[in-house]
Design a protein around this ligand. Structure first.
Ligand code: NAP
Length: 247
């Protein structure tokens, strides 16, 4: 059975690992191509946009795809909307991985906001040292709060975009554990953390570290992710694929 997995997330990688060598399925993993050097997956893959929902529907038809697993990031809402439209247009099954969001625990000091722009405003008028762990696409929003000093952890430099004037980069890729995150926050004298509520175990260390150090966190909450049928993990996505396969 030809299947398409939309990545790139830990769940997409875990599903690719489960599918590698499983001759019931012929999978293709799709990357948007945002990162110049994604880790090579153990199954066939392609890179780049499809050209909206019509392009995705055309690709699904041309490749004889029977089922699609949307395992894109919780904040990637456009591709998920395209996947819903394309699956309906091409008449194929679609499951969307909706990873549970983090919820505040005892000792957490979160301010929840809906957008990166609201996060920049929530940092307030007093200059602070801000640990920005949002990813590079959100950095331009913080140009509107130029009085803070930012430490931005990114996989790659954001390129030629508007940035706040006082910004240092740390280039690194998760997973990050809580003890190392606490050391980093203390060494850099961070006073506040900005995070997206990705719900990922691989990036939860900074939230635990902020709790341990009693630092406030500005938490950017997720957009609604369009879906037809939701699953919450790679294991559930695999069971869903197996249930499609025997029909
Ligand atoms: N947003 C985040 O915070 C975040 C964090 C980590 C990883 N990611 C990953 O980075 C990618 C882009 O995120 P985004 O927030 O920019 O997405 P988005 O706004 O939902 O999608 C923008 C466009 O990127 C293309 N695209 C997205 N995912 C694709 C995929 N897996 N394969 C092929 N094309 C894809 C589509 O282009 P066409 O319309 O031309 O098909 C889509 O319309 C996603 O794959 C996502 O899983 C995002």
């Amino acid at each position: 059975m030809r299947i398409l997995i939309l990545g790139a997330t830990a769940e997409a990688s875990a599903l690719a690992k489960r599918l590698a060598g499983d001759n019931r399925f012929q999978p293709t993993l799709s990357f948007a191509g945002r990162t110049a050097s994604p880790a090579a997956p153990p199954i066939p893959y392609r890179v780049g946009g499809f050209g909206g929902s019509e392009g995705l529907a055309a690709w699904i038809r041309a490749e004889g795809i029977r089922a699609v697993v949307d395992a894109t990031h919780p904040f990637a809402a456009r591709i998920s909307a395209n996947a819903v439209k394309a699956a309906e247009a091409a008449g194929v099954a679609l499951a969307t991985v909706i990873r549970p969001a983090w919820t505040p625990q005892k000792g957490d000091r979160w301010t929840s906001v809906p957008t990166p722009e609201a996060a920049a405003a929530a940092l307030g008028p007093v200059p602070r040292t801000v640990f920005l762990a949002t990813g590079r696409l959100e950095l331009p929003a913080f140009a509107a709060a130029p009085h803070h000093r930012y430490i931005a952890r990114v996989i790659e430099h954001p390129g030629d975009v508007a940035l706040p004037p006082q910004i240092d980069f740390i280039y690194d890729r998760g997973p990050f554990n809580a003890a190392a995150e606490a050391r980093l926050l203390a060494d850099r004298r961070a006073e506040i953390v900005v995070s997206k509520n990705s719900g990922s175990a691989a990036t939860y260390g900074k939230i635990e570290a902020a709790r341990a150090l009693s630092l406030p966190v500005v938490m950017i909450e997720r957009p609604d992710k369009p879906a037809l049928q939701a699953v919450n993990s790679a294991a559930q996505a695999m069971r869903w694929l197996e249930s499609r396969q025997i029909r």
